[in-house]
Design a protein around this ligand. Structure first.
Ligand code: FES
Ligand code: MG
Length: 586
């Protein structure tokens, strides 16, 4: 409490009530509009003393009946509101789009920018002084933060929290990761239908996002590392009572953010993004973070590119022994080992400790952080991997870059030349991959195209192409696979992803033919199609672009505006820096 008071005292530049943004709606006397806004507040059941002169805190809630990762957020919003009331604020809940990784087709990535746009415009158009953002299933985190960044309204993020670990016949199961693994075992004939059904009931056993170090855990950790959450918030299990307490504390903190006017633009600096990159790489996190962080940085006016990831990756060891990057543990173990502050306390020399967060400086966020289990959060001299989890590749197959999570691949594949077997799209791949005529061997390089930002569309998580049945039965569990798709953060293997430019817009991936030779060399950071430039040019002349996917609606806007993977897949008109001149925009 003393520390809290001290912090509040340091937040010296506090706004006066009439300087609050909401004052423009509720406080300016003698105007019809103000009179009418107050009349409508009475319609809502509030007297002026309950809200006038108090910070209005928007609680943006991605709860939905169909989103198992967010199904507890209806209750958590109540805890946030409790905190807001306690601190003298006035909470208002806004239901916003829910992005559910499990259900949305072709992929919720198609809608990340839609939620970002919704977030930005709600925060801009309503009488809001600060926001609490509730989300966590993969794209929700970047979407909410991108919107809040563009609106530049003081905001704090409440991560949905990981679900409890899965269990089946004495084994601990990781959502996503063990789904892929046991599905393959079933296909290989090592698991009966009955066992598979039993396993299905134990895989995801509580509300919360995936509890592996998948995209959700990676992105909520990135949000914490950026400085947009309370310290330690990102790993608290969704159903732990500590999660409710964190939600209430975030509500209280949001009120202070409103008074101090601490905006995302003051927090989301180049230093913050470098630290977030360091964090996700040191966690062995999801490759999706590469796309999301580049897009988030773009909103903050910070230049961040693939080369930053590759450069930082060479300096940061993977210390989190959490599946699938690590071998053993799940998010609950990570939490009880000390969570993100404990993890960051092991790499303070790689971080910018003096930068601001929603709750003091990063250095202050890490005060007192201790690792309680050196096998879950490894020491620097005993890392899971000696360098960060993602490598950026270049070459004639990916002039604008591609990524590989090499720490989750079988090491013998990291330098590999093989015969390409090309699939034009996901459906035809599914249909034909087991056909013996394709002549696929363990050394083949499986290539999937038309799965990028425009071609997918939405860059679905197709990147971990299935191993053909006959090879699975021979014990093959990894192969080199190349696509312009993404891969689930819970997936693994020698999968080259995010090839840019994508094939749908005529990137070189469009020109590969079955039988070509492809060389991957992760150490040299290259991906090369062993075909002459003249031959490629000849093929290019014969290439015709695929037909447009959308003639109307949101898809047409998406197709028109989406940028390539190496620049974050934001919409061009949203990524752009520039003035928004609207009344009450300040
Ligand atoms: Fe929501 Fe994995 S399905 S985080
Ligand atoms: Mg996922």
């Amino acid at each position: 409490m003393t520390a809290d008071r001290e912090r509040l005292r340091r937040d010296a530049e506090r706004l006066r009530p009439e300087e609050l943004r909401s004052h423009q709606w509720y406080g300016t006397e003698g105007q019809l509009r103000t009179w009418s806004h107050n009349a409508r507040m009475r319609q809502l059941g509030y007297e002026a003393e309950e809200y006038r002169g108090r910070p209005v805190i928007a609680v943006l809630n991605t709860w939905s009946d169909i989103n198992p990762c967010h199904v507890h957020l209806r209750e958590r919003a109540e805890a946030v509101k409790r905190g807001v009331w306690q601190a003298g604020g006035f909470p208002l809940e806004f239901p916003v789009a829910t992005l559910s990784e499990t259900y949305q087709k072709p992929t919720p990535m198609l809608y990340r920018n839609l939620l970002a746009m919704e977030t930005e415009e709600l925060l801009r158009s309503y009488p809001i002084d600060a926001a609490v953002l509730l989300g966590g299933c993969d794209k929700s985190t970047p979407a909410l933060l991108m919107g809040a960044t563009s609106a530049d309204v003081p905001s704090i993020f409440v991560p949905a929290g990981p679900m409890l670990p899965g269990h089946w016949r004495g084994e601990t199961l990781g959502s996503g990761t063990d789904m892929w693994k046991y599905w393959d075992e079933h296909r290989a004939g090592n698991l009966t239908d009955c066992e598979l059904r039993e396993l299905q009931g134990g895989l995801a056993r509580s509300p919360g996002h995936c509890m592996t170090m998948g995209t959700a855990s990676t992105m909520t950790a990135a949000a914490e590392s950026l400085g947009m959450t309370l310290p330690g918030a990102s790993s608290i299990p969704a159903v732990d009572s500590a999660h409710e307490r964190m939600a209430a504390a975030s509500g209280r903190r949001a009120v202070e953010l409103a008074w101090t006017g601490l905006k995302p633009s003051a927090i989301l600096t180049r230093d913050a993004f470098e630290d977030a990159v360091t964090t996700v790489l040191g966690l062995g996190g999801s490759t999706n973070a590469v796309i999301h962080l580049i897009a988030m940085a773009g909103r903050a006016g910070v230049e961040l590119g693939l080369d930053d990831f590759d450069r930082i990756a060479r300096t940061v060891p993977v210390l989190a022994n959490v599946r699938p990057g690590g071998r053993t543990y799940l998010m609950e173990d990570f939490h009880f080992a000390g969570g993100l502050p404990a993890f960051l306390s092991r790499i303070t020399d790689l971080l910018h400790l003096d930068r601001p967060t929603v709750n003091g400086t990063l250095g202050e966020q890490l005060e007192g952080a201790v690792v309680h289990d050196d096998d879950v959060i490894r020491t620097r001299d005993n890392p899971v991997a000696s360098e960060g989890g993602v490598a950026v590749l270049r070459g004639n197959l990916c002039p604008d870059g591609a990524v590989i999570k090499h720490i989750s691949a079988e090491p013998h594949l990291l330098k590999h030349t093989g015969r390409a077997v090309v699939f034009d799209d996901y459906k035809s791949m599914q249909r034909t991959i087991n056909e013996p005529e394709l002549g696929i061997t363990a050394d083949s390089v499986l290539v999937l195209r038309n799965s990028g930002p425009k071609g997918g569309p939405g860059m679905p998580e197709y990147g971990m192409l299935p191993i053909p049945d006959h090879l699975l039965k021979q014990g093959v569990r990894d192969m080199v696979r190349i696509s312009d798709a993404r891969m689930s953060g819970t997936s693994y293997g020698a999968c080259v992803l995010h090839v840019a430019p994508e094939s749908y817009v005529g990137g070189p991936l469009a020109l590969v033919r079955t039988g070509d030779s492809i060389t991957l060399d992760v150490e040299a950071r290259t991906l090369q199609l062993d075909v002459s430039d003249e031959e490629l040019e000849r093929r290019r002349k014969n290439w015709t672009p695929p037909p447009t996917r959308y003639e109307r609606g949101y898809g047409a806007l998406y197709n028109d505006q989406i940028t390539q993977a190496n620049t974050g897949c934001d919409f061009e008109f949203l990524a752009r820096q520039g003035k928004v001149s609207a009344p009450y925009a300040g």
